[in-house]
Ligand binder design. Structure first.
Ligand code: PMP
Length: 352
């Protein structure tokens, strides 16, 4: 390897995504994918687009999708930015908005992409510890900040702030960009989108990967003041002016238009989360209050790494994070009822 590449690879610590193993009859509860699937209307729209129009370039401004999202969220199309999954939208936000003179603040336990993007874009950051209940305390962000980013609900804890708490954070930081990453908001938390009208420094990022079951299509978006959105668009245009392919634009529009399916899917995940939580508690786990499509749970007597390995031997995959404060925890995606049963049976065997 040349000196140049080895220097670069030492500087950059890439994000390691959840694994996608090929094991027969696997219960895969490690990457917060939907256990069921997308709206049938979205699938039909994707198939129709693929059959008819792949020889044509997509709309580089994704106007129809942005108009659909604007109507849905009660904003104007100039306040909507779309990208290939919210990870790409976040990358543009880091590049365009979050490199400031003072450090970027985010929680010590949070989405592990944030420090990776800081490394990539040369952004100084400081982490703010979660409180004893593993929740974000808005008061702890009263310190010099160049910008702030938080997932709400937080990942991997699932614990959410209320809209009033996000408003307090915005009121206390009126002059720096604040990004709220709402990847999991549809599973019971309050979106900050209604605050955009009064807070031109707020950018809310959402994804179609979780509550809309379209992780494979790669559609994410941001909503904010038209000025912030213009900043993101400038960065995007410097990379690649096509935000999304035609099937992705068509499928995303059809998903947003199928509100009944969306509501039913979210309600099903929330109900299953209740059964999963009760089952884990019956086995002696403490489960953090989750507003997401996963739970973060700890068994007092057995470590997280040991439990994750024993589950894996039984073809059940969950996520374990090694950091000191999270080492006892498992992050478990809410699956189907049958998957919950397989998980609980396996844990029952392991715990004897
Ligand atoms: N934000 C958070 C907090 C996440 O957990 C994820 C999923 N790993 C993402 C953003 C990115 O999701 P996607 O790129 O699929 O939209």
């Amino acid at each position: 390897m040349s000196r140049f590449w080895s220097d670069l690879t030492h500087q950059l610590k890439p994000y390691v995504p959840g694994e996608q193993p090929k094991i027969a009859d696997l219960v895969k509860l490690n990457t917060n994918e939907s256990p069921t699937g997308p709206s049938p209307k979205a699938m039909a729209a994707i198939a129709a687009e693929a059959a008819d129009s792949l020889r044509l370039y997509p709309d580089p401004e994704a106007r129809a999708l942005r108009e659909t999202l604007a109507r849905y969220h009660g904003v104007s199309p100039e306040q909507v930015f779309v990208g290939n999954g919210s990870d790409e939208v976040l990358a543009h936000a880091f590049a365009a908005l979050l490199k400031r003179d003072a450090p970027l603040l985010f929680p010590d336990i949070t989405y592990s992409f944030y420090p990776v993007y800081c490394g990539l874009f040369g952004i100084a950051f400081e982490t703010v510890p979660l409180d004893d209940a593993m929740a974000v305390r808005v008061e702890d962000y009263r310190r010099p900040a160049g910008a702030i980013i938080l997932p709400n609900p937080n990942a991997p804890t699932g614990v959410a702030l209320s809209r009033a708490q996000i408003k307090q954070l915005l009121d206390e930081h009126p002059d720096v960009p604040v990004v709220i990453d709402e990847a999991y908001v549809d599973f019971g938390a309050e979106s900050a989108i209604p605050l955009v009208a009064e807070h031109p420094n707020l950018l809310v990022v959402q994804t179609m990967s979780k509550s809309r079951a379209l992780a494979g299509l790669r559609v994410g978006y941001a909503i904010g003041d038209a000025g912030l959105i213009e900043g993101l668009a400038r960065v995007k245009d410097s990379f690649n002016s096509y935000p999304l392919g035609r099937p992705a634009q068509a499928g995303a529009i059809a998903s947003v238009e199928d509100e009944a399916f969306f509501q039913a899917s979210c309600a099903a995940v929330i109900a299953e989360r209740g059964r999963l939580t009760a089952g884990l508690e019956a086995l002696g786990f403490a489960v953090l209050p989750s507003s997401a499509n996963f739970v973060f749970a700890r068994h007092g007597a057995r470590g997280g790494a040991e439990l994750a390995a024993a589950l894996r031997e039984r073809a059940v995959i969950v996520r374990h994070f090694g950091a000191a404060r999270t080492t006892d925890y498992l992050r478990i995606t809410v699956g189907t009822d049958a998957q919950t049963q397989r998980l609980l049976t396996a844990l029952g065997e392991i715990l004897g």
